[in-house]
Each structure stands twice: as structure tokens, then as C-alpha cells.
Design a protein around this ligand. Structure first.
Ligand code: CO
Length: 218
């Protein structure tokens, strides 16, 4: 007997519950996948992307990694993005970070956890780039919150700078990239208001990033 029997039981109850409100739900789902959204978020176990924004299975394509980073050498993230944009034709890419992110905190504290330190080096690069913005924050918590926000904004820029999104924009495909941040303490997502849907908007946003990052949205 599986030691994870309780999870399989939970799954049966979940599927039954969905079938009660829509008997053909899974049958329809198995025939087509056409999500409008791609989510790029943190792996944090306290965040449940689809259900926490009221979406059903099939409505959002999801990529998650520690600290929700978008790097131009990460074939995993880029492959997800390419498939989402070119095959699924998603209309929105949401980069979502969160306050109290363990990955961002580890980077900020320069903690040592092993291999992952190399991944989080990207957050440290952002931290050094925005050193003066972070220094202007009063408390340790404020600095950390600000770094969480700035990192999301930087990832929105990274998404917009990929060949995948730039090529899509240049062939007239509509894609909007958004930056959100989640507060675990109240379960609410906040829009960082850095959405871009063209190369021009990306350039304008990039120019405003420094100024914008001086103002906390929390
Ligand atoms: Co996190």
C-alpha cells in the first residue's frame, strides 16, 4: 500500500467534486489545451497559481522555479515560454513574485545552501544593480520587500527581451507581459503596473524602472 494513499484519495475527491458541477469537464479537457495565460512564478509551496486566481485546469500554462527567475540561458524556462507563445498562443505572460521569498532572502543574506546559490546569484546581481534603491529603504524587511518587487520588474524585462517575445511582437502577435507580487500573509496579488505589450513599451518601462522602483506599491 502506498504511503501516499491520502493524496490519491484527495485526488479522487477533487475529481468527483469537479465532475459534480460539470460531468464532461475532464473529457472536454483531454481534447484541447488552449490557455490564455502563461504563469512564471516561484516554487514556494504556499502559492497555488491557478486556483488562487480562480482559474480551472486548462486555463493557465505554468512554469515555476526558485525565486521566479527568467534567464536567457535557462532552456527549461525558455522552452516553456516558446511553446506557450508559439504553439498555445497565450495572450498574457504573468511573472509573479512574492514577499517573504526564501530565495530572494537567501540571496540578500548571502546565505550558503549549495548548488542553488549559483541560481540565486541572479538575484544578487539585481541586488547590486539597485544597491542605492535598497539602501534607501529603512528596515531590513523593507529592503527585502523592495528587492522582491525589483526582481519581478527585472524578470518582466527579461521576458520582453527574449527572442520568443520579441519575434512574436514583430510578427504582430498580441502578447502582454505583466509583473505581479503576492503577499502570503493575506493571499492577495498586487499588480506592479509594469505591463508591456510592445517593444516601445518595453523600452519605456526599462527607462522608468529605476524611478518606479523607488516607490513601493505595498
Ligand atoms: Co519564493
Amino acid at each position: 500500500m502506498s504511503t501516499l494513499e491520502h493524496l490519491l484519495d484527495g485526488n479522487k475527491a477533487w475529481a468527483e467534486n469537479i465532475k459534480k458541477s460539470d460531468p464532461d469537464f475532464f473529457e472536454k479537457l483531454s481534447e484541447i489545451q488552449s490557455p490564455e495565460y502563461l504563469w512564471i512564478g516561484c516554487s514556494d509551496s504556499r502559492i497555488t497559481p491557478s486556483s488562487s486566481i480562480g482559474l480551472l485546469p486548462g486555463e493557465m500554462f505554468v512554469h515555476r522555479n526558485v525565486a521566479n527567475l527568467v534567464n536567457h540561458t535557462d532552456m527549461n524556462c525558455l522552452s516553456v515560454m516558446q511553446f506557450a507563445v508559439e504553439a498555445l498562443k497565450v495572450k498574457h505572460i504573468i511573472v509573479c513574485g512574492h514577499y517573504a521569498c526564501g530565495g530572494v532572502k537567501a540571496a540578500f543574506d548571502d546565505s550558503r545552501f549549495g548548488l542553488i546559490d549559483n541560481w540565486l546569484r541572479h538575484v544578487q546581481d539585481i541586488m547590486h544593480k539597485y544597491r542605492s534603491v535598497l539602501d534607501a529603504q529603512e528596515s531590513y524587511d523593507d529592503k527585502l520587500d523592495k528587492l522582491c518587487e525589483i526582481s519581478v520588474i527585472e524578470q518582466v524585462t527579461s521576458v520582453g527581451e527574449t527572442t520568443i517575445v520579441q519575434d512574436a511582437w514583430s510578427r504582430g502577435q498580441q502578447i502582454e507581459v505583466h509583473g505581479w507580487i503576492y503577499t502570503i500573509a493575506d493571499g492577495i496579488y498586487r499588480d506592479l503596473k509594469v505591463s508591456v505589450k510592445s517593444l516601445e513599451e518595453l523600452d519605456a518601462m526599462r527607462n522608468k524602472t529605476f524611478e518606479r522602483s523607488m516607490t513601493s506599491t505595498k
